[in-house]
Design a binder for this molecule. Structure first.
Ligand code: AMP
Length: 631
């Protein structure tokens, strides 16, 4: 997803505007011909955006009709008596708005090997494992082969848009830290893996044609390596060796990019040693990675001395521009919870533009940012109407509704893409080619403007999520249950948890969850610190699988409990009351972000404890007992 860009190959659907075609560049093209071809390709991509946004509503109608006619015989649509109808009005009357829990029985059947057309008439090719969870496990999103082409199409639009603002990016390389994660097989034999792993392993990525915009410093082998140390080390090494050519840097999310810089801070001596001698550290054992890196690595003592000299200077301020001096921008997502990383990115990059290019998910790729150099706080995404059929639940209507069923009254209030109102907030609901119908994605968006007839949305937040460091999304209920489990350890010492709240601390790299605990105890002697370490560990063990995977892969740091003085939470309430809260309605917030409250809490901390080890995590769902792929 995100960041990396590729030529597309989507077959133009009869009813749709023709998608821009492959950019095929052969080595024998002279640079003039190449430039003309790139300009032509960019022009066609921009024309495509223009056309689909002008005809947004018409296209949405066609997309829905295409999805419904293709899957007319799917059991799900028949169960809801759609009877082959493909019009919006019948669809809206008969098909319910659903969440993952509603679809879980159908999804479980597919995962267990039922190959009948349950949700979609095309064969389900794999499951994409979402970072959203259900019952502590990743959600499984069905996917079909052609979705890869739809994703490629969105990628292919990114650089033509970018070229309007930063020309010349075809003359150099992108240093992107991209990673694949482990994959599992469902009991029925379908692969279950994150959307990006699926994408990087697909021929669309691996066998991409020569394209100056898809020219990365990381060889494919380093991206496809599952060992996170080897992958990161080799990508950084290749990025450093080609530093003069790097024009843009990035990762999918800001957290991943910052982790790469921290890795450099820890490993620059070995990296410089490799650059100096043209040899590769023996911790890199993957033969494919070794071979790919050795194609790039040449002894370069001057570069090694320069990099080492910069890294030992003490300050890491502006390190991106110091080591990669031609970098024009940092391409990472900083909208949503990732905005917490903006200050540290600014520090490392000396204030280079931070560019958020696209908005996507395992369910569907949604849209792109047509004004990529805007300030992160102003980023808006234009949903591309050919990706899926989009509907929007006005937010004030759903205030307080549970994550379960949405009432009929609410369903009737859903509006179409072309009917959203400027300034209004909505929850996004999608109907996809792969068999999700009126599915609540869980994202809250605000209409910020329009590109022709297509709305542009600010990403407001993920519904219910209180804590997030990387791709983890922990909601209040999960946090509550985990804290309850963890606090059981206190009982052995005659103590109990009185109140708690939480925050994320991103001043450490990787960032970590912090819990503020106020406890009561019968005993005069302080509790041994091992009790709190046990509490931390139990909480981590109780958190969802995405959190635990993040801990194991070191993208999330150990959870911390900060014990606060007795009476601290009363002070928190006093603070809220003096700032206008009503005493009858006051509830302790389970997550705090407001700096003055964090200051108050931190001023009352008496001791702090960290989780002593990583929680358990294995690929796949806990109830699958099939062999797991670790590569
Ligand atoms: P996943 O399905 O695990 O790939 O996660 C998709 C979710 O990540 C989306 O539903 C959003 O909540 C979040 N996300 C994706 N792209 C963006 C973005 N550009 N800005 C903010 N959040 C995003």
């Amino acid at each position: 997803m995100f960041g990396a860009t590729l030529p597309n190959s989507i077959a133009p659907s009869l009813a749709m505007p023709e998608a821009p075609k492959h950019l095929h560049l052969d080595d024998d093209h002279d640079s003039n011909t190449t430039s003309i071809m790139i300009m032509d390709n960019n022009k066609r991509a921009l024309e495509y955006i223009e056309e689909v946004t002008i005809k947004a509503d018409e296209i949405q109608e066609k997309v829905l009709s295409e999805i419904l006619s293709r899957s007319a015989h799917a059991e799900y649509l028949q169960r809801h008596d759609l009877d082959g109808c493909t019009d919006r009005s019948t669809f809206k009357k008969r098909i319910p708005v659903v969440t993952y829990e509603d679809l879980k029985p159908d999804i479980d059947r597919i995962a267990n090997g039922d190959t009948s057309p349950i949700l979609c008439c095309k064969p389900i090719s794999e499951f994409l494992t979402s970072s959203g969870t259900s019952g502590g496990e990743r959600k499984l999103m069905p996917s079909i082969e052609e979705e890869l082409e739809r994703r490629s199409l969105l990628y292919s639009l990114l650089m033509p848009v970018m070229d309007q603002f930063v020309p010349g990016l075809d003359k150099g390389k992108g240093m992107y830290f991209l990673f694949t994660k482990s994959e599992a097989k469902t009991p029925g034999g379908l692969l279950a893996r994150p959307v990006l792993t699926s994408y990087y392993k697909s021929p669309h990525f691996k066998h991409r044609k020569h394209d100056p915009y898809a020219n990365y410093t990381s060889p494919n082998e380093t991206i496809l390596c599952h060992d996170s140390f080897q992958s990161m080390y080799s990508q950084l090494l290749c990025g450093l060796c080609q530093s003069e050519q790097v024009l843009r840097v990035g990762a999918v999310f800001a957290s991943g990019f910052i982790r790469a810089l921290k890795f450099l801070e820890h490993h620059f001596l070995s990296l410089c040693n490799d650059i100096r001698n043209g040899t590769l550290d023996n911790r890199i054992t993957d033969p494919f990675v070794r071979e790919a890196v050795m194609r790039i690595l040449k002894p370069n003592p001057t570069l090694a001395d320069f990099v080492e000299g910069e890294c030992v200077k003490g300050s890491w301020m502006g390190m991106i521009t110091r080591l990669w001096p031609n970098t024009k921008y940092v391409d990472v997502i900083v909208t949503g919870t990732m905005s917490q990383y903006i200050p540290v990115l600014d520090y490392y990059s000396n204030g280079l533009p931070i560019v958020c290019t696209m908005y996507a998910s395992s369910e569907c790729y949604f849209g792109l940012n047509l004004n990529p150099l805007c300030d992160p706080s102003e980023v808006s995404y234009t949903l591309i109407p050919t990706m899926a059929y989009f509907e929007f639940l006005p937010l004030h209507e759903i205030d307080g509704h549970s994550t379960n069923s949405i009432s009929h009254v609410e369903q009737e209030r859903l509006v179409d893409l072309a009917d959203v109102k400027l300034g209004q907030e909505y929850e996004l609901v999608v109907t996809t080619y792969a068999g999700l119908y009126r599915y609540c994605v869980g994202d809250i968006l605000r209409v910020a403007g329009f590109k022709n007839k297509a709305p542009q949305f600010n990403f407001v937040c993920r519904k219910n999520v209180v804590l997030s460091i990387d791709s983890d999304k922990t909601d209040e209920v999960e946090l509550q249950n985990a804290v309850k489990t963890g606090s059981h350890h206190l009982a052995r010492f005659g103590a109990s948890l009185t109140e708690y709240t939480s925050c994320t601390d991103t001043s450490t790299i990787p960032g970590h969850y912090v819990l503020y605990w106020e406890i009561t105890t019968n005993s005069q002697t302080p509790l041994p610190s091992s009790v709190f370490a046990d509490c931390c560990f139990s909480i981590e063990e109780s958190l969802n699988s995405v959190y635990r995977q993040g801990r194991v892969s070191d993208s999330i740091g150990p959870l911390e409990i900060k014990l606060v003085e007795n009476g601290t939470f009363d002070k928190l309430m006093d603070f809220a009351l003096t700032h206008g809260a009503s005493i009858n309605q006051y509830k302790t917030p389970r997550c705090v972000k407001y700096p003055p409250i964090l200051e108050l809490l931190n001023s009352k901390v008496v001791s702090s404890y960290f989780s002593p080890k990583c929680p358990n995590w294995l690929p796949g769902h806990k109830n699958w007992c099939t062999t797991l792929h670790s590569n």
